[in-house]
Design a binder for this molecule. Structure first.
Ligand code: SF4
Length: 366
């Protein structure tokens, strides 16, 4: 059995489920939020909810960066590509995310815009080198997981005096989103957080201490089924013991301090914080990164004098409720009828981390 298979072992999974059932108190429910869309997909793929006792409820969280990005931000990227003649470089999962009026980068490309899918920021830098007469904009998106790669691109661009390269920055911060879904004081209905392993490899686990201090158990989990079942078990034990703390269940990949080199690159290139509108959470103060003054020449928003305009989500799409855990994809009347992966209405059906995409792919409707 290879390393990955060990984290998918059926016998161990059933043993963990037995331990979860034994740990659950019959007189209460346990509402646990899996913050990350990657976790949502693992839960759906392995039908983990079906293995849990009925008093354990898993709630989707705001950790899919594509899903929480409001349509107006997609509009900015489409406008740059269509109206300003830039080469827009983007990761593939952004291509079919709807902006306003169901516009997408895919449709913009079909209309003649020069939009190129890249696998890394280095690809975008290469394209800028190969096209010195064209403006090249990299669409930066993601939490602290992907922000370091954008930070490195900014550093390289400045060191090489790459005058035709800039970044349309949509890199978000994890902690403000968690504060927003938990609310103030005792108002949360959540009993524990399953925190994302990959972003925590960058930010470490100390960032979650504030949530444990206010009574919220946190378990940082990896992305295999046994990781998640163990997370459920240990959070239930924390809750029963009334002893909230931060458990690192992903010690094979992360430390309490995170990745100092990645954090340093972010601090150098994106030292400021700014208010940012999130789908479902509204405008959150200091919730996104801001490219610093030293790198202002590489900031596409300043370079092209862009102005963000909020636009409403499509009528009847409940992505805003889904990303904050208020409703589930099955509650959307468009799910699987008007809205499918081939013809998505909202981002939750497009993104590889979206809850609707997970439900479509692995849910019982099939
Ligand atoms: Fe939005 Fe489609 Fe999900 Fe409904 S099924 S919430 S329309 S993405």
């Amino acid at each position: 059995m290879n390393l990955i298979e060990q984290f998918r072992d059926g016998g161990l999974a059933h043993a963990l489920c037995d331990a979860i059932a034994a740990a659950c108190r019959p007189d209460r429910d346990y509402r646990l939020m899996e913050v990350c869309g990657g976790h949502t997909h693992v839960i759906a793929r392995y039908s983990l909810e079906d293995l849990l006792p009925p008093q354990v409820r898993l709630v989707h969280g705001p950790g899919c960066p594509v899903c929480v990005l409001p349509a107006g931000r997609i509009d900015l990227a489409i406008g740059l590509a269509l109206d300003r003649g830039v080469i827009l470089c983007t990761y593939g999962d952004m291509m079919r995310v709807p902006g306003s009026h169901r516009a997408t980068l895919t449709r913009a490309r079909a209309a003649g815009a020069d939009i190129r899918m890249v696998l890394s920021t280095l690809d975008a830098l290469r394209i800028a080198h190969e096209n010195p007469a064209r403006e090249v904009v990299f669409l930066g998106i993601g939490f602290e997981t992907t922000a370091p790669a954008t930070a490195v691109a900014l550093k390289v661009a400045r060191s090489e005096a790459l005058a035709n390269f800039s970044v349309l920055n949509n890199h978000l911060l994890t902690a403000p989103a968690l504060r927003a879904v938990l609310g103030e004081g005792d108002e949360t209905t959540l009993d524990g957080l399953i925190a994302p392993g990959h972003v925590s490899t960058i930010i470490g686990t100390r960032l979650y201490d504030e949530f444990a201090e206010r009574g919220q158990g946190v378990y940082v989990a990896g992305f295999e089924p046994l990781d998640l079942l163990e997370a459920v078990l240990l959070l239930i034990r924390q809750i029963n013991d009334r002893a909230p703390r931060v458990d690192n269940g992903y010690s094979r990949a992360l430390t309490a301090e995170g990745n100092p080199r990645a954090l340093a690159a972010m601090a150098e290139t994106m030292p400021e914080r700014r208010g940012f509108e999130w789908r479902g959470l509204g405008i959150l103060a200091d919730s996104a990164t801001q490219i610093g003054e030293d790198f202002a020449a590489f900031d596409a928003e300043r370079r092209f004098d862009l102005c963000y305009e909020p636009v409403p989500d499509p009528k009847s799409c409940i992505c805003a409720d889904i990303v904050r855990g208020a409703r589930r994809p099955e509650a959307c009347k468009l799910f699987g009828t008007v809205c499918t992966p081939d013809d998505p209405i909202g981002p939750c059906m497009v993104s590889s981390e979206g809850a609707c995409a997970a439900q479509w792919r692995f849910g019982r409707h099939r």
